[in-house]
Design a protein around this ligand. Sequence first.
Ligand code: PYC
Length: 310
Amino acid sequence: MRVIDSHTGGMPTRVILEGAPDLGSGTLAERADLLASEHRAFYKSVMLEPRGQPGLVGALLVPPVAKDCVAGVIYFDADAVLGMCGHGTIGLAVTLAHLGRIKAGHHKIETPVGVVAIDLSDDNTVTVINVESRRVRKDASVDVAGLGTVTGDVGYGGNWFFIVDPSPIPVTTSNIRDLTDAAIAVRKAVNFVGLGGENGEPIDHVVFQGPSDDASIHSRDFVLCPDDTYDRSPCGTGSSARLACLAANGRLKAGEEIVQESVIGSPYRLSYQPGPKGGVIPSITGQAFVMAESTLVFGPLDPLRNGIEI
Ligand code: PYC
Protein backbone atom coordinates (compact mmCIF):
# COMPACT_ATOMS: atom_id res chain seq x y z
CA MET A 1 0.00 0.00 0.00
CA ARG A 2 1.54 3.30 -1.12
CA VAL A 3 1.13 6.18 1.37
CA ILE A 4 2.43 9.68 2.01
CA ASP A 5 2.61 10.95 5.59
CA SER A 6 2.48 14.61 6.54
CA HIS A 7 1.78 16.54 9.71
CA THR A 8 -0.32 19.62 10.22
CA GLY A 9 0.78 21.44 13.35
CA GLY A 10 2.04 18.10 14.67
CA MET A 11 -1.13 16.12 13.79
CA PRO A 12 -0.31 13.35 11.30
CA THR A 13 -2.20 12.54 8.10
CA ARG A 14 -1.57 9.45 5.97
CA VAL A 15 -2.76 9.87 2.39
CA ILE A 16 -3.42 6.45 0.82
CA LEU A 17 -2.59 6.49 -2.86
CA GLU A 18 -2.79 2.81 -3.76
CA GLY A 19 -3.70 -0.51 -2.17
CA ALA A 20 -6.99 0.34 -0.42
CA PRO A 21 -10.21 -1.67 -0.87
CA ASP A 22 -12.40 -0.76 -3.84
CA LEU A 23 -15.41 1.21 -2.54
CA GLY A 24 -17.27 1.34 -5.85
CA SER A 25 -18.64 4.46 -7.52
CA GLY A 26 -21.47 5.61 -5.24
CA THR A 27 -21.62 9.00 -3.59
CA LEU A 28 -18.78 9.81 -1.22
CA ALA A 29 -21.19 9.36 1.72
CA GLU A 30 -22.14 5.88 0.44
CA ARG A 31 -18.48 4.95 -0.04
CA ALA A 32 -17.70 6.22 3.50
CA ASP A 33 -20.54 4.06 4.90
CA LEU A 34 -19.13 1.06 3.04
CA LEU A 35 -15.66 1.71 4.45
CA ALA A 36 -17.12 1.94 7.98
CA SER A 37 -19.29 -1.16 7.72
CA GLU A 38 -17.15 -3.54 5.62
CA HIS A 39 -13.52 -2.51 5.99
CA ARG A 40 -12.87 -1.86 9.67
CA ALA A 41 -9.87 -4.24 9.68
CA PHE A 42 -8.34 -2.30 6.78
CA TYR A 43 -8.45 1.11 8.37
CA LYS A 44 -7.32 -0.17 11.76
CA SER A 45 -4.33 -1.92 10.18
CA VAL A 46 -3.20 1.35 8.55
CA MET A 47 -3.79 3.59 11.62
CA LEU A 48 -2.79 1.46 14.62
CA GLU A 49 0.75 0.73 15.73
CA PRO A 50 3.07 -0.77 14.57
CA ARG A 51 2.40 0.71 11.09
CA GLY A 52 0.50 3.73 12.41
CA GLN A 53 0.89 6.03 15.38
CA PRO A 54 -1.37 7.72 17.96
CA GLY A 55 -3.41 10.57 16.46
CA LEU A 56 -2.91 9.42 12.87
CA VAL A 57 -5.78 10.20 10.47
CA GLY A 58 -6.07 8.37 7.15
CA ALA A 59 -7.07 10.13 3.94
CA LEU A 60 -8.22 7.64 1.35
CA LEU A 61 -8.08 9.19 -2.12
CA VAL A 62 -11.09 8.19 -4.26
CA PRO A 63 -12.40 9.46 -7.60
CA PRO A 64 -14.71 12.44 -6.95
CA VAL A 65 -18.30 12.51 -8.23
CA ALA A 66 -18.23 16.30 -8.70
CA LYS A 67 -16.37 17.02 -11.95
CA ASP A 68 -14.87 20.29 -10.68
CA CYS A 69 -13.06 18.61 -7.74
CA VAL A 70 -9.35 17.71 -7.95
CA ALA A 71 -9.87 14.75 -5.59
CA GLY A 72 -12.36 12.85 -3.51
CA VAL A 73 -11.30 11.85 0.00
CA ILE A 74 -12.62 9.79 2.88
CA TYR A 75 -11.02 10.42 6.27
CA PHE A 76 -10.81 7.97 9.17
CA ASP A 77 -8.95 7.42 12.40
CA ALA A 78 -8.21 4.16 14.22
CA ASP A 79 -11.79 4.01 15.47
CA ALA A 80 -14.17 5.71 13.05
CA VAL A 81 -14.75 7.03 9.56
CA LEU A 82 -14.95 10.84 9.78
CA GLY A 83 -17.27 13.19 7.89
CA MET A 84 -14.49 15.71 7.27
CA CYS A 85 -11.06 16.52 8.66
CA GLY A 86 -9.54 20.00 8.63
CA HIS A 87 -5.95 19.12 9.47
CA GLY A 88 -6.24 16.20 7.04
CA THR A 89 -7.38 18.52 4.25
CA ILE A 90 -4.39 20.82 4.85
CA GLY A 91 -2.13 17.73 4.82
CA LEU A 92 -3.83 16.40 1.69
CA ALA A 93 -3.41 19.71 -0.18
CA VAL A 94 0.31 19.84 0.67
CA THR A 95 0.66 16.17 -0.35
CA LEU A 96 -1.09 16.76 -3.71
CA ALA A 97 1.28 19.71 -4.31
CA HIS A 98 4.26 17.51 -3.35
CA LEU A 99 3.10 14.97 -5.96
CA GLY A 100 2.76 17.73 -8.56
CA ARG A 101 -0.99 17.09 -8.86
CA ILE A 102 -1.97 20.67 -7.89
CA LYS A 103 -0.29 24.05 -8.05
CA ALA A 104 -0.72 27.13 -5.86
CA GLY A 105 -4.25 28.50 -6.18
CA HIS A 106 -7.86 27.60 -5.56
CA HIS A 107 -9.10 23.98 -5.79
CA LYS A 108 -12.08 21.90 -4.65
CA ILE A 109 -12.09 18.58 -2.82
CA GLU A 110 -15.11 16.32 -2.34
CA THR A 111 -15.72 14.75 1.08
CA PRO A 112 -18.60 12.62 2.42
CA VAL A 113 -20.20 15.75 3.95
CA GLY A 114 -19.83 17.98 0.88
CA VAL A 115 -17.38 19.87 -1.28
CA VAL A 116 -14.74 21.96 0.51
CA ALA A 117 -12.44 24.51 -1.12
CA ILE A 118 -8.72 24.90 -0.56
CA ASP A 119 -6.39 27.79 -1.28
CA LEU A 120 -2.79 26.63 -1.55
CA SER A 121 -0.68 29.76 -0.97
CA ASP A 122 2.75 28.08 -1.03
CA ASP A 123 4.14 24.55 -0.66
CA ASN A 124 3.04 24.38 2.98
CA THR A 125 0.34 26.96 3.67
CA VAL A 126 -3.30 26.12 3.01
CA THR A 127 -6.64 27.77 3.71
CA VAL A 128 -9.61 25.41 3.92
CA ILE A 129 -13.08 26.80 3.28
CA ASN A 130 -15.14 24.22 5.09
CA VAL A 131 -18.74 23.08 4.76
CA GLU A 132 -21.37 25.24 6.45
CA SER A 133 -21.04 24.80 10.20
CA ARG A 134 -23.61 25.51 12.91
CA ARG A 135 -24.31 25.70 16.60
CA VAL A 136 -27.02 23.18 17.39
CA ARG A 137 -27.47 23.64 21.16
CA LYS A 138 -26.36 26.34 23.58
CA ASP A 139 -25.41 25.79 27.23
CA ALA A 140 -26.41 22.14 27.45
CA SER A 141 -25.64 20.69 30.88
CA VAL A 142 -24.79 17.13 31.74
CA ASP A 143 -23.65 15.33 34.90
CA VAL A 144 -20.25 13.76 34.35
CA ALA A 145 -18.71 11.16 36.65
CA GLY A 146 -15.78 12.74 38.50
CA LEU A 147 -16.40 16.26 37.12
CA GLY A 148 -19.92 17.18 38.28
CA THR A 149 -22.15 19.30 36.04
CA VAL A 150 -20.45 20.25 32.77
CA THR A 151 -22.01 22.82 30.42
CA GLY A 152 -21.21 23.17 26.74
CA ASP A 153 -22.48 23.95 23.25
CA VAL A 154 -23.16 21.29 20.60
CA GLY A 155 -21.72 22.29 17.23
CA TYR A 156 -21.32 20.78 13.77
CA GLY A 157 -18.24 21.47 11.64
CA GLY A 158 -18.20 18.35 9.42
CA ASN A 159 -18.09 16.19 12.58
CA TRP A 160 -20.08 16.54 15.84
CA PHE A 161 -18.60 18.44 18.77
CA PHE A 162 -19.42 19.16 22.41
CA ILE A 163 -17.53 22.37 23.20
CA VAL A 164 -16.85 23.25 26.83
CA ASP A 165 -15.72 26.84 27.36
CA PRO A 166 -14.06 27.33 29.79
CA SER A 167 -12.39 23.98 30.20
CA PRO A 168 -12.86 22.25 33.56
CA ILE A 169 -9.09 21.56 33.57
CA PRO A 170 -6.35 24.01 32.46
CA VAL A 171 -5.48 23.35 28.80
CA THR A 172 -1.75 22.64 29.16
CA THR A 173 0.53 19.87 27.91
CA SER A 174 1.15 18.67 31.48
CA ASN A 175 -2.59 17.99 31.78
CA ILE A 176 -3.01 15.98 28.56
CA ARG A 177 -3.72 12.69 30.39
CA ASP A 178 -6.31 14.33 32.69
CA LEU A 179 -7.85 16.29 29.79
CA THR A 180 -8.16 13.06 27.80
CA ASP A 181 -9.83 11.18 30.66
CA ALA A 182 -12.19 14.10 31.35
CA ALA A 183 -13.12 14.46 27.66
CA ILE A 184 -13.82 10.71 27.37
CA ALA A 185 -16.12 10.97 30.42
CA VAL A 186 -17.89 14.02 28.93
CA ARG A 187 -18.43 12.28 25.58
CA LYS A 188 -19.82 9.20 27.33
CA ALA A 189 -22.20 11.36 29.42
CA VAL A 190 -23.50 13.53 26.55
CA ASN A 191 -24.09 10.50 24.34
CA PHE A 192 -25.80 8.66 27.21
CA VAL A 193 -28.40 11.45 27.53
CA GLY A 194 -28.62 11.97 23.74
CA LEU A 195 -27.13 15.47 23.54
CA GLY A 196 -26.01 15.20 19.92
CA GLY A 197 -27.12 16.48 16.54
CA GLU A 198 -30.66 17.38 15.43
CA ASN A 199 -31.24 13.86 14.08
CA GLY A 200 -29.71 11.98 16.98
CA GLU A 201 -26.15 11.99 15.62
CA PRO A 202 -23.78 11.13 18.49
CA ILE A 203 -21.00 13.46 19.61
CA ASP A 204 -17.72 12.14 18.22
CA HIS A 205 -15.32 14.86 19.45
CA VAL A 206 -15.08 16.89 22.68
CA VAL A 207 -13.40 20.32 22.82
CA PHE A 208 -12.12 22.04 25.97
CA GLN A 209 -11.34 25.72 25.47
CA GLY A 210 -8.85 27.67 27.57
CA PRO A 211 -6.80 30.86 27.35
CA SER A 212 -3.40 31.07 25.66
CA ASP A 213 -0.29 32.35 27.48
CA ASP A 214 0.19 34.68 24.49
CA ALA A 215 -2.12 37.72 24.56
CA SER A 216 -2.16 37.88 20.72
CA ILE A 217 -3.76 34.41 20.54
CA HIS A 218 -7.53 34.23 21.04
CA SER A 219 -7.65 30.83 22.76
CA ARG A 220 -6.13 27.39 23.13
CA ASP A 221 -8.06 24.17 22.66
CA PHE A 222 -7.80 20.53 23.59
CA VAL A 223 -9.72 18.22 21.23
CA LEU A 224 -10.52 14.56 21.89
CA CYS A 225 -10.86 12.47 18.70
CA PRO A 226 -13.08 9.36 18.25
CA ASP A 227 -10.14 7.00 18.84
CA ASP A 228 -9.45 8.65 22.25
CA THR A 229 -6.27 10.35 21.06
CA TYR A 230 -5.98 14.16 21.20
CA ASP A 231 -5.58 16.48 18.24
CA ARG A 232 -2.09 17.96 18.05
CA SER A 233 -3.48 20.64 15.70
CA PRO A 234 -6.30 23.00 16.75
CA CYS A 235 -8.71 20.68 14.79
CA GLY A 236 -10.19 22.14 11.62
CA THR A 237 -13.69 20.74 12.02
CA GLY A 238 -13.63 21.55 15.75
CA SER A 239 -12.51 25.10 14.99
CA SER A 240 -15.37 25.30 12.45
CA ALA A 241 -17.94 24.24 15.07
CA ARG A 242 -16.34 26.67 17.51
CA LEU A 243 -16.58 29.55 14.97
CA ALA A 244 -20.28 28.72 14.57
CA CYS A 245 -20.74 28.89 18.35
CA LEU A 246 -18.74 32.13 18.68
CA ALA A 247 -20.85 33.65 15.87
CA ALA A 248 -24.17 32.44 17.31
CA ASN A 249 -23.17 33.66 20.79
CA GLY A 250 -22.29 37.12 19.38
CA ARG A 251 -18.62 36.76 20.33
CA LEU A 252 -17.06 37.03 16.83
CA LYS A 253 -18.11 39.10 13.82
CA ALA A 254 -18.07 37.84 10.22
CA GLY A 255 -14.68 38.50 8.60
CA GLU A 256 -12.88 39.09 11.92
CA GLU A 257 -9.75 36.93 12.14
CA ILE A 258 -8.57 35.16 15.28
CA VAL A 259 -5.70 32.79 15.97
CA GLN A 260 -6.47 29.64 17.90
CA GLU A 261 -3.71 27.35 19.12
CA SER A 262 -3.78 23.66 19.98
CA VAL A 263 -2.80 22.23 23.35
CA ILE A 264 0.77 21.82 22.00
CA GLY A 265 0.79 25.42 20.67
CA SER A 266 0.31 24.97 16.91
CA PRO A 267 -1.77 27.79 15.41
CA TYR A 268 -4.65 28.15 12.93
CA ARG A 269 -5.90 31.47 11.60
CA LEU A 270 -9.70 31.40 11.69
CA SER A 271 -12.54 33.51 10.37
CA TYR A 272 -15.99 32.97 8.87
CA GLN A 273 -18.58 34.36 6.51
CA PRO A 274 -22.33 33.95 7.06
CA GLY A 275 -23.65 30.72 5.51
CA PRO A 276 -26.77 30.40 3.30
CA LYS A 277 -28.57 28.20 5.87
CA GLY A 278 -27.98 30.47 8.90
CA GLY A 279 -24.67 28.92 9.98
CA VAL A 280 -21.13 29.99 9.09
CA ILE A 281 -18.70 29.18 6.29
CA PRO A 282 -15.40 28.72 8.16
CA SER A 283 -11.99 29.63 6.81
CA ILE A 284 -9.05 27.80 8.44
CA THR A 285 -5.44 28.56 7.57
CA GLY A 286 -2.60 26.31 8.70
CA GLN A 287 0.61 24.67 7.57
CA ALA A 288 1.51 21.06 6.81
CA PHE A 289 4.78 19.33 5.98
CA VAL A 290 5.37 16.06 4.14
CA MET A 291 7.32 13.59 6.31
CA ALA A 292 7.53 10.28 4.42
CA GLU A 293 6.69 8.47 1.22
CA SER A 294 6.30 4.79 2.05
CA THR A 295 5.07 1.43 0.93
CA LEU A 296 3.31 -0.43 3.75
CA VAL A 297 3.71 -4.20 3.68
CA PHE A 298 1.14 -6.51 5.32
CA GLY A 299 2.87 -9.89 5.27
CA PRO A 300 0.49 -12.89 5.62
CA LEU A 301 2.72 -14.37 8.36
CA ASP A 302 2.87 -11.12 10.39
CA PRO A 303 0.75 -11.72 13.51
CA LEU A 304 0.36 -7.91 13.92
CA ARG A 305 -0.64 -7.10 10.33
CA ASN A 306 -4.03 -5.88 11.65
CA GLY A 307 -2.41 -3.55 14.19
CA ILE A 308 -2.13 -3.65 17.97
CA GLU A 309 -5.60 -3.21 19.39
CA ILE A 310 -5.63 -2.98 23.17
O1 PYC B 1 -8.76 18.71 11.93
O2 PYC B 1 -10.89 18.36 11.64
C1 PYC B 1 -9.79 18.03 12.07
C2 PYC B 1 -9.66 16.73 12.78
C3 PYC B 1 -10.64 15.84 13.06
C4 PYC B 1 -10.03 14.78 13.74
C5 PYC B 1 -8.70 15.05 13.83
N1 PYC B 1 -8.49 16.26 13.23
